[in-house]
Structures are given as C-alpha cells and as structure tokens.
Write a protein that binds this ligand. Sequence first.
Ligand SMILES: N=CN[C@@H](CCC(=O)O)C(=O)O
Ligand SMILES: [Zn+2]
Length: 400
Amino acid sequence: MTHTLLIDNIGELTTNVGERLRDAAVVVADGAIAWVGASADAPTADERFDAAGRALLPGWVDSHSHLVFAGDRTAEFEARMAGEAYAAGGINVTVAATRAASDAELEANLTRLVAEARRGGTTTLETKTGYGLTTPDEVRAAQIAGRHADAVTFLGAHVVPAGSDPDAYLDLVTGPMLDAVAPFVSAVDVFCEEGAFDRAASARVLDAARRHGLATRVHGNQLGHGPGVQLAVEYEALSVDHVGFLSDADIAALAGSWADGRRGTVATVLPACDLSTRMPLAPARQLLDAGVTVAIASNGNPGTSYTSSMAFCVATAVLQMGLTIAEAVRAATLGGAIALGMHEDGWRDPSGAIQRRVGVIEPGARADLHLLDAPAATHLAYRPGMPLTAAVWRAGTRVV
Ligand SMILES: N=CN[C@@H](CCC(=O)O)C(=O)O
Ligand SMILES: [Zn+2]
C-alpha cells in the first residue's frame, strides 16, 4: 500500500517550474511528488506535515565536489590567508594522505562529509576521484564514492602525481587507469590549467572518455585565462567548472552552445572556492545575461573550498555575484541537475538504479525537498550564515 505524505501550509514554494507559490501544499507518494497546489485545495493523505508558513524549495543539487580524501590542508590555507597564491601542486599533499589512508578511514570521512551536506539541505551530490592517482587508488575512490554519492566522476587527470613522468602518466590515465575505473563512474573530468593539464593533454583525456561512452566535465579557467572553456564546448562537455577568468569569446562560446534550443555546456560557478582562494568571483551575472545555463556548486575539497554549504554559496552568489535570489536558488538546484544530466527521468545512480528527475518540484519528480526555518527563500541571503535548514526529504524519506 502506498503511503502518502501531505506537506501543507507552505508559506512560499519554489518549484523551478513557473512562479513561486504562496500558501501551497505538496503531496508525496512512492518517493515522488504526486501533487502540487494551493493548500486550501490539498487532498487528504496518510500523514500530514504542517510547514507552518515556512519556505519549501527543491533540495540542493551539488554538482561538483571532491570528498574522497584524507587529511586536511590547514597550513596551506593559513599561508594563503597570509598572502601566498594557490597553486595546483597542493593537490599532491592530499594525494599522499589519501593513499596512506585505509578504505575504512576514507569511507568514514566521506560518510561524515555527506552527512554534513545533507544537514545543509543537499539531496543530490556528485563527487570525484582524483586524490589517488594510481590505478588501484582511483578504483577504490570510485567504489567508495559510489556507495554515498548520486554521481561519481573520474578525475585521474587532476595533476601529474609527484615523481611521475607527464607523458607516461597521460598514457596511464587515458588507458589502463580509465579502463579500470570506467565501470564505477558516469563521467570523466580534467583539470585543464597551467600546472595541471594543457589543451592537448586535456583533449586526449576527453577523447578517451568519448571512447568509453562517458560524459565529460572540465575544470577550466580557474587560475587564469586558458583553453578550458573552449575545449569543454568543443567536446560538448556537460559542464565547465570554475570559469573565473573568461574572455568575451569564452562567454560567446558557452552561450552559443545553448543556441537554437540545443543542450549546451553548463557554466558551474564555485563561489566558496573563489573566496577561499582569494580569486575573482566568476562572472555569473554576465553568463546568465548572455543566455548560459549556470550551476552553483560547493567544490567541497580540502584544498580550495572546505565546505559543503550550498546555502553559503547561494548567499555569496546573491550578495557578491549579482544574482537574484530566484536565479541563485535555481542555479543551485535545477542548474546542478542539468549539469549532471539529472533534470530528466531515467538517469542511473552508481548502483545502476533508475532515478526520477531532480531539481524541480512538480508531479513525477523525485521528492527531494528542503524546508527552511524562514518564510521566504530570500532569507538565505538576507540572513547569511544562519542555520536555516529545518527539514529535508530525499526521495520522500525524511533525512533531516
Ligand atoms: N582545481 C582543481 N581541483 C580542486 C582543488 C583540489 C585541491 O586543491 O586539492 C578544485 O576544483 O579547486
Ligand atoms: Zn573541483
């Protein structure tokens, strides 16, 4: 027998489908949204939750994180706050700590971090490998990630590990390492940046992903201007992430990828990372104005953004990047879903189970819901830093 849940008396409902609704209600059945409408018209259900005039929105879709790691980088962060610049080489510090950790330690750390994210309203989470950088270490990262995340991305091309020959490592990462990791991931990412992988090397990584029929993402234009964005568009990557340093041609290429109703490359901005590395904030306002689909993600990792707080990212996007509340909430929910290819029914989670669309509240979507301790989503930016998450449902089950 199907158990139904009615959440009524919702002061403000953000659905990402049309206008925000006032005095609304939602019915959940079998892990999905079954009904959305005015509270006064709501049908009866087996169970009732009174939202007491508070705001309900889709759970956050965090489309970019690196949570399979051990250790931390407090000393590097301190040095950065004292004026040192961020450089890709710091990744090797976490690689050493991660390789030295047991499976149980890595899994316990990931479990703790995913629980933190859930407590902040995240209901869909992508995470990446990329701190192993040997075939067995990358395979174990992908397997551990698959037990906790909704999507796992292979980032063997994060940096050339200390002591490795760059050409030999590129052969490994595009050959036997990818062959071994491919069964456990849905996408391949590459850090296309000075100090990591140049245009030609990044293209080889993306070609290898294509041969395996895997989706692609690019870390691009994080530390300076570079070829990452153009390459991502050329390869029809699902997203290009960071995008802090963009030329007019980069913005035009991203906008062009969405022209004529085509599915383009999402520009994923990472506000917490921009702040934590003291880099310029990505031009999210310009990207939206140009017609680019934008996602907001945490980039949770111990080097450049040690947070999973999507609320913090949304507040920063509003207060510092010039987005409206509605734009920022949409980018952190539906934008992330589009970046992950989860905005349509039928995507597969790492266990192979077929899932419903996320990032929207409409009949048929997965019932991923985030109730705020506030009457309006505006409070996310109006009351920055406050713990506003009151309740979270994932696939219809209350998790917070
Ligand atoms: N830029 C590449 N990778 C991560 C940083 C990883 C690290 O410094 O450990 C990022 O997205 O910022
Ligand atoms: Zn990243």
